[in-house]
Design a protein. Sequence first.
Length: 65
Amino acid sequence: METISKVRAIGGSLMVRIPKDLVKMESLKDGELVKLKVEKIKESGFGIFKGMRSFSKEDELTAHE
């Protein structure tokens, strides 16, 4: 099973939380060893320019002058 979790700092270490439904599905117990595959996720830029108006035809025409 695959899931996405956020890395958190605990003391001097980093921790990744395993969601409860994944723990149940895999029948994981405290102290068991698990194998992790770590990949960084690229963050989407969607919504970073809140309040900015949409581009118009005039904007497109003047941008290339």
